[in-house]
Ligand binder design. Sequence first.
Ligand code: SF4
Length: 357
Amino acid sequence: MSKEFSSRLLAWFDKHGRHDLPWQLEQTPYRVWISEIMLQQTQVMTVIPYFERFIKEFPNVEALAKANLDNVLHLWTGLGYYARARNCFKAAKTIVEDYKGQFPCTLDEMMALPGIGRSTAGAILSLAREKRHPILDGNVKRVLSRYHGIEGWSGKKQVEDELWSYAEAHTPSDDSVRDYTQAIMDLGATICVRRNPDCQACPFTTSCFAKKTGRQHEFPASKPKKIIPDRETVFAIIENNKGEVLLQQRPPTGIWGGLWCFPEFSSNELMAGEIKKQFACKIKQQTKYKSFKHTFSHFHLKIKPVHIRLEGQVNRVNDEGLSQWVSPAENSKLGFPAPVVSLLKELNNKKVVLNES
Ligand code: SF4
């Protein structure tokens, strides 16, 4: 059964697979690694320009290890899930310091690097080194759970173990493992897609359990729904007399770790008191902008932006480089979370929407 699975898939891949994605042109462990990390939670077409910019700036692991984290986060701005970028940066340093710049060759060593799980390690070893290792990313989980009719959410250990054992059984020997790995990812990304899979174009149209039973939309089972809480924050857009706004770097770990944000407060009252304390000048104007929601995996954040224009010469204590005045018009090389990018753009274009109340 497994030989037949891989043979059918490889025959389909020869004719219909993707062979010219930017990371396929030169499949070094470094390029495969960066592409695999970017592709987690993100679609290929979105990743391509980010990958190309990243590789241009950091063409190899040494360049990434020597980089400034701000610059790494800047090139990741808009992709989200910034822990991925911070982990790449940390892992690059480990590869240079502990492995003399060469990627480790074993699955265990690879998985010991920050941000590299079993599937990513398998993808790097199979695509860049042609070693027989299975992968199980979101696309592969979808194909295998439909093909075999695997019930249950893949976040459950038992379901995941079953998927891994099928992934292991279907993975062919070293000489065709690279094509097979790319093929199963391609099938999930282009044919066996989440909504409306194109079963007529699939090499498994006659043997797939979900197709035979008409239950394609039941696999893979969704994650059980959890109600996530709402939180609120005030973004203080503090503007000095030169038209620059104040940004602060967040702590290196946690939400938006290492990114640059507007100072945050839990209420307008606290904000007003704190600003008076920190800046030896008066508030010339205070404008409330329309609030908006940003959703994280574990909570919704209601963001209430308030624009504060300060009067006169602005003095502020130097807090060891963790604050910067930035012009919204400047193409700053810092990493920003998506809500800050939108607000800076709107401020620059003078298109910020006012609060109706
Ligand atoms: S037959 Fe349809 S559901 Fe089954 S693997 Fe192919 S595309 Fe997916």
